[in-house]
Design a protein around this ligand. Sequence first.
Ligand SMILES: *Cc1c(COP(=O)(O)O)cnc(C)c1O
Ligand SMILES: [Zn+2]
Length: 415
Amino acid sequence: MLLECIECKAQYPDTEIIYTCQRCGGLLDVIYDYSKIDLRVQKLKQPPSVWKYASLLPIKMEPVTLKEGGTPLYKCDRLAKKIGIHELYVKNEGLNPTGSFKDRGMTVGVSKAIELGMKTVACASTGNTSASLAIYAAKAGISAVVLLPEGKVAMGKVAQALMHGAKVITIRGNFDDAFRLVRELCEQREFYLLNSINPFRLEGQKTIGFEIIDQLGWKSPDRVVLPVGNAGNISAIYKGFSEFKRFDIIDEIPRMTGIQSEGACPIFNAFSKGARKIVPEKHPETIASAIRIGDPVNAPKALLAIYDSGGLAEKVSDDEIIDAQKSLARLEGIGVEPASAASIAGLTKLREKGVIQPDERVVCITTGHLLKDPEEVIGVCGKPMVVEADIEAIRAVISNEDSVEYLGAVLQSVR
Ligand SMILES: *Cc1c(COP(=O)(O)O)cnc(C)c1O
Ligand SMILES: [Zn+2]
């Protein structure tokens, strides 16, 4: 196993603590000797999980695990009908240990930290990365330091990082500032950096791709749609699909379709121009705090994934995100945080534009759980009403209650 620069192809041993190419500054990728890997055993009965695919993961020791992955892939017929697509699935990553897909990356990343003998792990985070880092550091018995942008992190995520014992520092700046600072800190203090610039972390996240194929009976969907923030996940999942193609498990790589918020869409803008480089945005803003990122570090990998798979990028408004979040919750019983709903909002928009055809088999990835951001829910749904403890008072409000009407309208649209 080696680390290789995606730009100049310089190679480094996997024992070296580096995050980018020392020659050109390019992103690194983990390269395996595929001729030595036998994947056939994976096809056996074992249920999906991150460590089911250990032969394609960069860890030799017993991993630090809390049983991540193996999330459900739901067939969503009612939502499909509303959107106008025949076959729609949702891969619900909110059902990981901390409630986001970051756990897949962190079980591998923290295991790597232990292999490398590191005593402290660190990250900048819009929230979920910090929650995830905190639980694996706790499980491994090492320290975690996390830098959060002030006032921009959903309550549930901060609660997790605090309770699991991470050192939580809020900075007066945005995510991109926090990331720049944590990189500096890691260089000075021998902390191990576990943002998605870390190529080992992304190896864990590629198992989302493996599981989708596994759960569809070893067949690939036509398209995978997901939210894009720092752009690590779309790159990782594309790598997972590429590896399964290399092993002839699938013939085609699904079209990787990345969705961003209008207020934070540098990847979308680059894609629209056919560019391979992004122009960073100074003041990213969106209700979807997990993708409120103006300078995504993995942009080169993500654009490669989009172009090479024949995919695309789209942007959606906060209102479209909230509508999608409600539809998913009310038609399918799947509760997600706003960033996750961007995938559904993006699919809806692309279907309306006629870019995506009704006969495509589509998998949307919902990245984080509804309970991560309860304040957003109260903000868009309103507080529950309060009435006297009296049956007449209750009857009076039920007859003209908003959510009943809303549900009626939604149901009408799918009948
Ligand atoms: C981290 C995160 C994203 C963005 O993933 P990237 O790899 O940064 O593109 C999207 N949704 C949720 C809920 C996240 O936690
Ligand atoms: Zn290089």
